[in-house]
Design a protein around this ligand. Structure first.
Ligand code: ADP
Ligand code: MG
Length: 283
């Protein structure tokens, strides 16, 4: 995909992208700012048309002449990077029913269900969107897309700017949608901790190309290369590498706090006698 092709300021935002997304996966997309993440996901519901190459959904070219892109956009729901800037209605419920994110009008029942699903309290349904906190606005925007009952939900940095509690709540609810409804989720994120905790497949975009596409553990094993791309592995991975270097028999590929905890406890038990009796000096 090239922005402003043929001009002196053209930008080759995506190059040589080859990607296959099966139903039901929970996928993370990471990459430095300007790497092409937002450009990439906007192809997935035909918001932008590839400069060359094709995008197919269920085997059909979405840019074919008679293809119903409107139907595609209601099946492949996209929550933009700053959806909270697109709430205009007088109250929350109307925004979810008629939101500009929607490709059509959702019924009030669907809208209410979607709001509850993202943890939005019923007593606040009639509030003005302008009186909401950042986290609540994001929930309303996500609900606006969910109310369309998408088969695929794409979220472009949905937790940027939220406090840790709001972030975890929103991601837990998204994970729940994936588990309960079997929705395919594509989560663009800048948080390594988040992707390590939630996704089963991780795509790394670097300068418009896919640098890695694998399970998170295998991707984070390349943490030195990730650093060169302006990224990093989850903090816990660095701790595990350091512990391993100090002689603790742990798996440096751990990427979540829970894994690391189990692993450290296990290692400590194994070393128990020497370690607890002070057999290991310092550090
Ligand atoms: P990311 O989401 O990873 O930050 P983007 O897909 O937004 O990356 O941007 C990829 C590249 O395309 C960047 O160089 C960015 O400046 C450029 N770009 C993005 N949107 C536009 C646009 N509307 N017009 C021109 N260039 C753009
Ligand atoms: Mg972006």
């Amino acid at each position: 995909y090239t922005y402003s092709p043929g001009t002196s300021y053209e930008i080759h935002a995506l190059k040589d992208i080859n990607l296959n997304i099966p139903d039901g996966q929970f996928i993370g997309v990471i990459g430095h700012t300007g790497s092409g993440k937002s450009t990439l996901i906007q192809h997935l519901n035909a918001l932008i048309r590839p400069t060359s190459g094709t995008v197919s959904y269920n085997g059909e070219d979405v840019w074919a002449e008679n293809y119903n892109r409107r139907a595609l956009r209601s099946e492949v729901g996209l929550v933009f990077q700053y959806p909270e800037h697109q709430l205009f209605e007088s109250d929350v419920l109307s925004d979810v029913c008629f939101g500009p994110m929607n490709q059509g009008k959702s019924r009030e029942e669907e809208a209410k269900k979607a709001l509850l699903q993202v943890g939005f309290k019923e007593k606040n349904f009639k509030k003005s969107p302008f009186d909401l906190s950042g986290g609540q606005k994001k929930r309303v925007a996500i609900a606006g897309v969910l109310a369309m009952n998408p088969k695929i939900l794409i979220l472009d940095e949905p937790t940027a700017g939220l406090d840790p509690k709001g972030r975890d709540e929103i991601l837990d609810q998204i994970a729940e949608l994936h588990k309960v409804r079997g929705i395919t989720i594509i989560l663009v994120s800048h948080s390594m901790e988040d992707v390590a905790k939630y996704v089963e497949r991780l795509i790394v975009v670097n300068h418009g190309k896919i640098a890695f596409d694998d399970i998170p553990k295998k991707v984070f094993a390349h943490y030195k290369e990730l650093e060169e791309m302006g990224l990093a592995a989850p903090q816990i991975t660095y701790i595990m590498h350091a512990l391993k270097e100090k002689g603790l028999p742990v798996d440096p590929a751990d990427t979540t706090v829970e894994e690391a905890k189990q692993d450290i406890l296990h290692a400590l038990r194994e070393m128990n006698s020497t370690l607890l009796k002070g057999g290991v000096q310092n550090d």
